[in-house]
Design a protein around this ligand. Structure first.
Ligand code: AMP
Length: 509
């Protein structure tokens, strides 16, 4: 067999989307667009502007904000090394100064994104080694100095540790600091939408690449009205989409005054019943006892019900803040349920937390989670800043809309142009252009078809109308419009046709 023939017989590998990821296809993408458009519109009415942060950031950013003990950071992030390709292999002792010059150059040009290893540190270490080589310091410590310098260079050569974002609040705070947004009129109100990545076990409503629509309010005030307005905004958005079975749960998880004391109390109580808890909860007694309250394990429910409740252990300020948030929600007519077990899985939350569930989603029924995170900006090296925000799971939102029959979107074309003959083709091209300019969706077949076949095609595509253009129509200047639903036909002059279609569209929208 010739080489060519062998190649032909080799079956090409069939690729599939990676587990936990999926293609969003038409017509469903029209629903995604409708949802996103509604978010743009509703959020704009509350004065929010869109931010589009990158989808990968320094791993450290997420470790510090989301929390290195959380499942998200400890198990679920897609992390990789962003190799700095411009740095040649490890230097040898004799050519280290050349290497250092190169490092400096790359720092300057921003090619080395390593924040943790500052240039100063590298230079200081270099100085020590240089002194050593010039005989200015003793040789005993020399091996260590050189080793340390080489390790620094090696870390630089390998580049930064980066992760696909598992959520976007950390990025928004990073951007807030980086762009000095504290000098803008407060509060700064930002929203975002886009893909997030978590290596979770895929199931209905849970993906490894999923989409969130979220918003953050950052600034100097933690007025309870801000919390309430943010929640009101999400509820208005869901209302606009006619999301069914919406249930808002709220809680306060205290602040750095009262929460640590409560956590210790909770830990002590949990230790007393440790043997009766499952392995996940047992582990969490040490790492994150609040998360035990999240447990859905049937056997733990009775035990959890008897645990101390945070509402009874809030400090005076937190209790007052929580009461005011509830009052503010009531003033806005937002219906809520208090849920003392709502703690949320991310470290940065404090005081107000909330979660919204919707129908048709099975066990993964949370469509939105949010809360207050005063101090997060500071934790990331920014000025003292109050913050509150939420993230909506767009995949689940769409799923719920579809399950309740609220996800229908108009598909198909407005007009299918059935043309025959060269002259009619020219007219059809012009008609298509005019109709599209007027906002109608038009299918213009690329080759001539018999009218019968063309009408069949129009039907299959779900077209509302077929515009029939043959020699007669073109020479008379009267075009035939067939309404496909009832088969009726009417003749129109060109301007009358456009007018008629416009009126029909206005009536149906
Ligand atoms: P979180 O960022 O964990 O507070 O999640 C906020 C919202 O994002 C949740 O209420 C879900 O609707 C959605 N979400 C979180 N993780 C996933 C996932 N793996 N797949 C789909 N949606 C998710």
């Amino acid at each position: 067999m010739s080489e060519g023939a062998a190649k032909k017989e080799e079956k090409p590998r069939k690729f599939q989307a990676i587990r936990g990821t999926r293609d969003l296809l038409p017509p469903e993408t029209a629903l995604w667009n409708r949802v996103e458009q509604a978010a743009h519109e509703v959020f704009a009415t509350f004065g929010f502007g869109e931010i589009r942060p990158p989808i990968f950031e320094a791993t450290e950013l997420f470790a510090r904000s989301v929390g290195s003990e959380t499942d998200i950071v400890s198990k679920e992030m897609y992390t990789f090394v962003d190799r700095s390709e411009k740095l040649e292999p490890q230097p040898v002792i004799g050519s280290m100064d050349v290497f250092l010059q190169r490092v400096k150059q790359l720092y300057k040009s921003g090619e080395i994104p390593h924040d943790e290893i500052g240039l100063e540190l590298v230079e200081k270490q270099w100085q020590k080694v240089d002194d050593l080589l010039k005989g200015a310091s003793s040789i005993e410590s020399g091996a260590i100095e050189i080793y340390e310098l080489i390790m620094l260079f090696e870390a630089l050569r390998l580049g930064g540790d980066v992760s696909l974002r598992p959520e976007a609040t950390a990025s928004v705070c990073r951007a807030y600091i980086e762009h000095g947004m504290q000098s803008l009129p407060a509060p700064v109100k930002l929203y975002y939408m886009g893909p997030m990545f978590r290596r979770e076990r895929p199931q209905k409503g849970r993906y490894r690449q999923f989409y969130q629509i979220g918003a953050e309010v950052l600034g100097g005030s933690d007025a309870p009205a801000i919390d309430a307005e943010v929640i009101e905004m999400v509820m208005m958005f869901f209302d606009r989409l006619e999301l069914q079975g919406v249930q808002l749960d709220i809680n306060s998880i205290g602040d750095r005054n009262c929460r640590p004391k409560y956590i210790e109390l909770l830990r002590a109580e949990l230790l007393k019943v440790k043997d009766k808890l499952g392995p996940d909860s047992q582990r969490r007694i040490e790492t994150n006892p609040l998360r035990v309250l999240d447990s859905k394990l049937e056997s733990e429910q009775g035990i959890i019900a008897k645990l101390p409740r945070i509402a009874d252990h809030l400090c005076e300020e937190c209790a007052a803040h929580y009461a005011a948030v509830r009052h503010q929600l009531e003033m806005r007519g937002v219906i809520y349920r208090e849920n003392w077990r709502l703690v949320r899985g991310l470290d940065y939350y404090m005081r107000t937390t909330f979660e919204i569930t919707a129908q048709g989603l099975g066990s993964q029924n949370a469509v939105c989670g949010g809360g207050r995170y005063d101090g997060l900006v500071e934790l990331l090296g920014g000025p003292p800043t109050k913050g509150i925000g939420f993230a909506i799971g767009e995949d689940r939102l769409i799923l719920s809309l579809q399950e309740s029959g609220k996800g229908a979107v108009a598909i198909g074309r407005d007009v299918y142009i059935a043309w025959m003959g060269e002259r009619a083709h020219a007219t059809a091209i012009r008609a298509a252009k005019d109709l599209r300019k007027a906002g109608f969706s038009v299918e213009l077949p690329p080759v001539e078809q018999k009218f019968g076949k063309a009408l069949g095609q129009a039907d299959k595509l779900g077209a509302k109308y077929a515009l029939i253009l043959g020699d007669n129509e073109v020479s008379e200047g009267l075009w035939t419009l067939k309404t496909l639903a009832d088969g009726s036909q009417t003749k129109f002059t060109e301007p009358d046709l456009l007018e008629y279609l416009r009126k029909q569209k206005a009536l149906s929208s």
